[in-house]
Each structure stands twice: as structure tokens, then as C-alpha cells.
Design a protein around this ligand. Structure first.
Ligand code: ADP
Ligand code: MG
Length: 391
């Protein structure tokens, strides 16, 4: 039977995290600020989180020895990387509390299971997903309804930042696209007319209590999140309430423990469609670090340690700019050049977060810049100045 926490793990305990990327790094920062010790398991010897953690277990996610060392060091374990094998979490859960659990992570890792869960929740929340078909066999491919075209073929597993997706316009193109995946399990989704994209971060405790951050509006470029903006003007209040209710019903339906991000589409006709979920803090929630009185990483610590949850309060309008490796090659340079952070930081309300990655590559997430202001107009003015310094 799974290990459970009966009372809170207080500061001085050790919190473990599977995965050593930037999300793990910010979890480690939040945990250490509260007085916890941290342990990171990651196969990369020089990972962003491993570099700042008290303990770094340098091992593969399925390595029995590495997992045993993690569960010896850590009093409770979370995950920052969506594709940590669910079976690794299941094996850790025999010794230590693990949140989120292997079952919820396993569903979030597989678009077919994820959409089935969303469809079950839609009965209560009224927010469904895009029309889709599961394609796992040649028979299912042949039976696809032409009403789903033009569509987007997405591999069921291992997709992120638009990877594993192909745009298809005809049955012949769909067949070629599925061949190109190596005939792995996929979903074909109807391409919807998007008016906007938004997401919401929910945190849910072991006793089933949920809190949430305000709904954020997201802008993607080439399949990667570019800008998140959060204040009263970004989204109709009724839509925001609907998104929060749908997100909470998804979390409740999984008996989820931890931080969960749900992404939505807003369609041209003003209706809301649920897109996907991430069983961890999310890039679109990084604004919470500087614009809210608790961050998504603080709530990840609280849910893992069994500490009380409090409803977050946003105290400033905010824009987050993702800092991709491309910026290191901008301003006419062929070589990696550090952007002019000194000039960016001279602007009021700029909060720089870099993840400690030494090598910049195009499309690689190097950090983010949160920009807060006394009001929306001032914040946007600062964001425009920052963007022109970086561009
Ligand atoms: P990822 O795991 O790569 O984030 P998503 O399913 O969120 O995959 O797709 C990435 C982006 O592609 C979305 O944020 C959206 O801009 C676009 N997209 C995905 N599915 C659809 C769809 N059915 N209709 C229109 N645009 C879509
Ligand atoms: Mg997405």
C-alpha cells in the first residue's frame, strides 16, 4: 500500500524531485527558502536543478539504485518532468509519499487517456475537448471521419512544445503523417479557429481542498509559449470562472495531489475548449513568482509537505516574456552573446530569472522575464522597452 503523510513534513525535512530542469530548480529554490533540504534525481550531471540542490542523484529515472538512494534521502517526492516514467513514481510510492501520484501522471502522459478523462469531466463542467479520433491501427485510420479535417495529428506520448505534431488536410496526407510517426498511437484533432489561448494553475491537497491562481492568457510562437499576460483585462470574467471550474473538476476526478496546469482554447464564438494538462508547475505559471503572494512552486512545496493551502492573491498586473536561446544570437550576432541584462534591469518592475544553462540554443528555454507595474499601461510600456532592448 502507498506510503502516506499523516502529519505535515515541517521545514528541516528533505523534499525530493524527479527531474532536474528549470521547473525542478524553481521548486528547489522555493523549498530551500522555507528551510527544507532538497534532493534531485536527474540523468544529466549538470542539470539546472541539480546544480542548486543539497543532494543530486545522478542516475537514470528507472535505475533501481538511484531510486533507492532518492527514497532514502527524501521524506516525500514530487516530479517536475512530465515524462518521468509513471512506473518509477509507482515504485517510489511504496516507500515514500509521492505527489502527484503515478496514476495521474500516467494519464497526463498519454493524450488518449487524457482526452478520455476530459470527456468524463465534461459531463459535469460543460467544457469538452476538440473533436478527435484515436488512431492506433490501420482500421481506425481508415474509419476517421472527414469532418475532423483539416486537423492536427498528435502522437499520444512524448509531445511537448509542438513536437510530435503534424498538420494534415486530406485523408492521404493523414495516412502519410501516421506512417511518418512509425504508426505509433496518435490522436487526430480537428483544427479549431482559436481566438485566444489561456491556462490555469490549480493546487490540490491530500484532503481534497483546491486553490487556484488567476487565469492567464498565453501567446505561442512556433508551438512554444512566448508571452503570458495576467490581469483583469485579459479574459472575460465568465470564461475565467468556467475555466477554473473545469480545471478543479479535472483535478478532483483524478484525486490529484499537487500542482496541475490545464490549458484551454477560446474559440472565435467565445466558447471554451480544454486542450491538455501538465501534472506539475507550468511555464505559463512563472508569473506567479513575482506577481502573486505565493508562487506555483510554493504551493508545490506545500502540497507535497502536507502544509495548509491558502488562496493565492495577485498583487500586480504582469507580463512574462519567455527567454529562448535565440536571444543570445539576436542583434546581428552569429556567436553566443549575453543579452544586455544590465539595461533591461534598469527598467522598473523587471524580474529576471535565468536557469543556469551555459549553452544557448535556438528554441531552448534559457529563462524568463516577469514585468510588473502599478497598472496595465505602465507594465505594457516597460514590456515594450524590454522587448526592444532584447530584439
Ligand atoms: P504541446 O504538448 O506541444 O503543448 P498542444 O496540444 O498544446 O501540444 O499544441 C500546441 C499548440 O498548437 C497549442 O498551444 C495551439 O496553439 C496549437 N493547437 C493544438 N491543437 C490545436 C487545435 N485542435 N486547433 C488549433 N490549434 C491547435
Ligand atoms: Mg500545450
Amino acid at each position: 500500500s502507498p506510503a502516506t503523510v499523516t502529519s505535515a513534513l515541517l521545514p528541516g525535512s528533505t523534499l525530493g524531485v524527479m527531474g532536474g530542469g528549470q521547473l525542478g530548480r524553481m521548486f528547489v529554490h522555493a523549498a530551500q527558502a522555507m528551510g527544507y533540504f532538497t534532493a534531485v534525481l536527474d540523468p544529466d550531471a549538470d542539470s539546472p536543478a541539480g546544480r542548486v540542490s543539497h543532494h543530486h542523484i545522478h542516475s537514470d529515472y528507472l535505475d533501481g539504485d538511484g531510486l533507492a538512494r532518492l527514497s532514502k534521502l527524501a521524506d516525500a517526492i514530487t516530479t517536475e518532468f512530465e515524462n518521468v516514467p509513471a512506473q518509477a513514481l509507482a515504485s517510489l510510492a511504496g516507500d515514500r509519499p509521492v505527489a502527484p501520484g503515478a496514476q495521474a501522471v500516467g494519464i497526463a502522459q498519454d493524450r488518449i487517456l487524457e482526452k478520455a478523462h476530459f470527456t468524463r469531466c465534461a459531463a459535469a463542467s460543460g467544457v469538452g475537448c476538440a473533436p478527435y479520433a484515436v488512431i492506433e491501427s490501420a482500421e481506425q485510420l481508415a474509419a476517421v471521419s472527414p469532418s475532423l479535417l483539416p486537423g492536427i495529428l498528435k502522437t499520444a506520448r512524448m509531445g511537448y512544445d509542438g513536437k510530435g505534431q503534424q498538420s494534415v488536410h486530406s485523408a492521404a496526407e493523414l495516412a502519410r503523417a501516421w506512417e511518418a510517426t512509425g504508426r505509433v498511437p496518435c490522436v487526430l484533432e480537428q483544427r479549431l479557429p482559436l481566438a485566444a489561448e489561456c491556462s490555469v494553475i490549480v493546487a490540490r491537497s491530500r484532503d481534497g481542498q483546491s486553490v487556484h491562481f488567476p487565469v492567464q492568457r498565453n501567446l505561442h510562437k512556433d508551438g512554444i509559449l512566448a508571452v503570458t499576460e495576467v490581469h483583469e483585462q485579459v479574459l472575460d470574467a465568465g470564461l475565467a470562472r468556467q475555466a477554473v471550474a473545469a480545471a478543479v473538476s479535472v483535478a478532483d476526478g483524478l484525486d490529484y495531489v499537487g500542482v496541475l496546469c490545464i490549458e484551454f482554447f477560446v474559440l472565435a464564438d467565445g466558447s471554451l475548449v480544454i486542450n491538455e494538462m501538465a501534472p506539475r508547475p507550468h511555464n505559463s505559471g512563472h508569473y506567479t513568482l513575482d506577481a502573486c503572494d505565493v508562487s506555483q512552486f510554493d504551493l508545490q512545496v506545500r502540497t507535497l509537505a502536507g502544509l495548509p493551502l491558502v488562496a493565492p492573491r495577485q498583487h500586480s498586473p504582469v507580463i512574462m516574456l519567455n527567454l529562448l536561446g535565440d536571444l543570445w544570437f539576436a542583434r546581428g550576432s552569429n556567436q553566443q552573446v549575453e543579452p544586455p541584462w544590465d539595461r533591461v534591469l534598469a527598467l522598473p518592475g523587471t524580474h529576471l530569472h535565468l536557469y543556469g544553462k551555459t549553452e544557448a540554443r535556438r528554441g531552448r528555454k534559457m529563462g524568463h522575464l516577469n514585468i510588473t507595474g502599478a497598472d496595465v499601461a505602465q507594465m505594457r510600456e516597460t514590456a515594450a522597452q524590454a522587448a526592444s532592448l532584447l530584439g
